[in-house]
Design a protein around this ligand. Structure first.
Ligand code: FES
Ligand code: FES
Length: 182
């Protein structure tokens, strides 16, 4: 018999205390216990990517995982990010969310949360991914509506926007340091 055990999960920067059996998946806990239904339950066996969320460990690099194949108890001590946590606290969309809208990369939208999370993880590693890097990063996320070309366009566009934003922030910091030094 699986004995439920207490578990503290940190999801989108907020701590949740739950008591769950050790065989329950992260996806079931997110959806059924925490009412975070952005990650979708579709195949429930690691084939479609609709349940993709990010796990961040000590390295600080967010890694996409299938929440339907991840045990909730394995996530203790890690940061979990779901699509609900992708936008800023003030509601400002993540650049990739904006780009999905701008490039019309959404049809029925059922795969979209997973696509966004996989794409966001890629852009956290590089803002100028190659074709091969995009193909590899997105290969675990299926879209039955066939929006793949627009998803790729959106990833490229969001990467450019993030890079431009980072460059502006870097220049502003350099100017401020120069001003203080002078
Ligand atoms: Fe998890 Fe399909 S629901 S991969
Ligand atoms: Fe419909 Fe991807 S937009 S499954």
């Amino acid at each position: 018999m699986s004995v439920p055990r207490p578990l503290r999960l940190t999801v989108n920067g907020r701590a949740y205390d739950v008591v769950v059996p050790p065989h329950h998946t992260l996806l079931s806990v997110l959806r059924d216990r925490l009412s975070l239904t952005g990650a979708k339950l579709v195949c429930d066996r690691g084939e479609c990517g609709a349940c993709t969320v990010l796990l961040t460990g000590p390295t600080g690099t967010p890694e996409p995982v299938y929440a339907c194949l991840t045990l909730a108890v394995a996530c203790e001590g890690l940061g979990v990010t779901t699509v609900e946590g992708l936008a800023g606290e003030d509601g400002t969309l993540h650049p990739l969310q904006e780009a999905f809208v701008r490039h019309d990369a959404v049809q029925c939208g059922f795969c979209t949360p997973g696509q966004l999370m996989a794409g966001a993880a890629l852009l956290a590693r590089t803002t100028a991914p190659s074709d091969a890097e995009i193909a590899a990063a997105m290969s675990g996320n299926l879209c039955r509506c066939g929006t793949y070309p627009k998803i790729v366009e959106a990833i490229r566009s969001a990467g450019a926007a993030i890079a431009a934003h980072n460059a502006t922030a870097h220049n502003a910091t350099a100017l401020e340091e120069e001003r203080r030094g002078g």
